[in-house]
Ligand binder design. Structure first.
Ligand code: PNS
Length: 177
């Protein structure tokens, strides 16, 4: 049987527990899932493309049929280039539906051979988005449980230089001990 490769495209700025939940679900139904991070020079992201790639690679290392890549241009072009048959997207609530439907139909118009597959993340993540996580973290709010612990650390390090320095000296102290 031929391999069913899917791509899961997005900005992942930063990756959330909702993204990871969807990646795990997708990895169970496709033979290979490629998490595809859009390189978008127009936006000014909080995390660089390399930071996002590293975070996602670490967070999905236990899933042997998942890999992480970056792309520019059209999602459908990238999907065809790597031999994917499907685009995976998550729908959290009705509010996501209109945007996702529009995007799926546009992608179908551009490339009719690709099928968009929607999956629902766990209900407990239905309100979690990268944008809200950034907003809450920037204002000093608690984001534990919404994003993986490694992302909490990275956000703290980015938003609080003092925390970063404290972390470095802590690491040095541990290596000396
Ligand atoms: O994380 P996001 O912002 O929900 O992801 C949106 C993304 C990256 C999937 C979408 O913006 C996209 O596919 N961009 C690539 C350009 C493209 O193909 N545009 C036409 C899609 S209808």
């Amino acid at each position: 049987m031929h391999k069913a490769i899917a791509i899961y495209p997005g900005s992942f700025d930063p990756p959330t527990n909702g993204h990871l939940d969807l990646i795990e679900r997708g990895s169970r139904i496709f033979s290979e899932l490629v998490v595809a991070i859009l390189r978008n020079p127009e936006k000014s992201p909080m995390f660089s493309i390399n930071e996002r790639r590293q975070m996602l690679a670490g967070l999905t290392a236990h899933l042997k049929n998942v890999r992480v890549d970056t792309f520019d241009g059209l999602t459908v072009q990238y999907a065809k280039k790597i031999g994917a048959i499907s685009i995976l997207r998550g729908i959290r609530a009705v509010s996501d539906y209109e945007y996702e439907l529009q995007m799926a139909l546009m992608n179908r118009k551009l490339e009719p051979t690709l099928e968009t597959v929607f999956m629902m993340p766990a209900g407990k993540y239905s309100y979690v988005s990268s944008r809200l996580v950034r907003e809450v973290a920037q204002a000093g709010g608690q984001i534990k449980g919404l994003v993986p612990d490694v992302v909490v650390q990275k956000l703290r390090a980015k938003l609080d230089p003092a925390y970063k320095l404290q972390d470095i000296s802590e690491k040095k102290r541990k290596t000396r001990a």
